[in-house]
Design a protein around this ligand. Structure first.
Ligand SMILES: Nc1ncnc2c1ncn2[C@@H]1O[C@H](COP(=O)(O)OP(=O)(O)OP(=O)(O)O)[C@@H](O)[C@H]1O
Ligand SMILES: O=C(O)C[C@@H](O)[C@H](O)C(=O)CO
Length: 339
């Protein structure tokens, strides 16, 4: 059954708008960041990670964003180009804004956190006039990421992109991607997340992220099915609620639910699971696979990334994901933690 009809004859399969930042992942792992000394630099930013993942899967990809006019901005742009991501709508800031930094702390495979430096970041200075309509019009799928809604003018840029997507029948996926450090209040977050979600065909988030969106009409009795059903009254065709190691559930407008278990993994760090899962799932849906197969592919993709030190660098190829699935099903991969 086809849940999403993607437009044909578009130059790009997948275009994302939002955060381009730098991950600085602690090299001395399994200890608090107070005790770490060295870090490895990777390109980061949830939408950037997802785009890199889609590109590794062989999709034709592009990015809409803003980078700092410094070495970090040029590092990011060079990495996107090296990964065959079109950067024609990646704008260099001229106001002296800086690159967002995500310092990652790996106290243990189960206890990871991210310290984010987000003051005066270039990615939130993308404005609506800088969003290229012709790029969106030439894309099959547009990904928006929740954190880009946190401040103006990035907020208005996202809504402009949504208007272009609607005008040109571009499918829209919304990765909720709630990062508290970037928002000033829960109420403001819920307002803008709901306004954006109403315009999206696919919505992906964790249970906690949907709870945040339901702030104004929260009902403790609400379950995933009720949460998902709200969005089918708008534009949504697929709503996915992620539950970490417990797997994920996709709900569809026909009232069906589709479940996926997680795969065993030798976990190094937990973050990056959501981005790699989203890339794998969206890739599967774009291939016309069943939701179960797409979720399975996303789940295995996530395991590869959480078993690695990085997020962006670790984004796998189709062959690597298929091999992971086969090895896991053959019992060759166990749930273990690397120490
Ligand atoms: N410990 C784990 N072991 C195996 N698979 C996992 C694990 N954690 C997450 N996953 C897989 O990744 C998917 C997404 O993970 P999760 O629900 O944690 O999303 P997220 O919170 O957005 O991730 P992130 O930590 O990157 O923000 C899960 O549905 C599952 O398939
Ligand atoms: O999205 C962010 O700003 C943090 C990412 O760069 C980091 O790789 C991560 O947390 C992935 O989920």
């Amino acid at each position: 059954m086809e849940y999403i009809a993607f437009p044909a004859n578009r130059r790009f399969d997948f275009t994302a708008i939002g955060r381009l930042c730098i991950d600085l992942n602690a090299n001395e792992i399994n200890r608090p960041m107070e005790e770490t000394v060295t870090f490895t630099k990777y390109v980061g930013g949830s939408p950037a990670n997802i785009t890199i993942g889609m590109s590794r899967f062989g999709m034709k990809t592009a990015f809409i964003g803003k980078i700092a006019n410094d070495q970090m901005g040029r590092f990011i742009e060079g990495y996107l180009k090296k990964n065959d991501i079109d950067t024609g709508n990646v704008i260099t800031d001229n106001t002296g804004a800086v690159t967002g930094l995500a310092f990652t702390e790996i106290k243990s495979p189960r206890d990871c956190s991210i310290l984010m430096y987000r003051d005066n970041v270039a990615d939130l200075k993308l404005n609506a006039e800088e969003v290229q309509e012709d790029l969106i019009a030439d894309s099959k799928l547009l990904l928006i990421s929740g954190t880009a809604l946190a401040k103006s003018p990035s907020r208005e840029a996202v809504f402009q992109a949504l208007e272009y997507a609607k005008k040109h029948d571009v499918v829209v996926a919304f990765d909720i991607d709630y990062r508290p450090y970037t928002w000033s209040s829960h109420e403001e977050t819920a307002v803008y997340y709901n306004l954006a979600a109403e315009k999206c065909d696919i919505i992906v988030g964790t249970r906690e992220e949907f709870d945040m969106m339901e702030r104004f009409d929260r009902n403790p009795e609400r379950d995933d099915q009720v949460t998902a059903s709200k969005w089918f009254d708008y534009k949504a065709k697929i709503v996915i609620i992620k539950h970490g190691k417990a797997g994920s559930i996709a709900y569809t407008k026909d009232g069906a639910s589709h479940r996926a278990k997680s795969f065993p993994a030798k976990v190094v760090k937990t973050f990056g699971a959501g981005d790699s899962y989203a890339a794998g799932f969206l890739y599967g849906v774009m291939q016309g696979w069943t939701l179960e197969k797409s979720m399975e592919f996303g789940s295995a993709s996530a395991c590869i990334v959480i078993s690695s030190h990085s997020c962006s660098d670790a984004m796998p190829t189709v062959e690597q994901v298929e091999t992971y699935i086969n090895r896991s099903n053959a019992g060759e991969i166990s749930n273990s933690f690397s120490f």
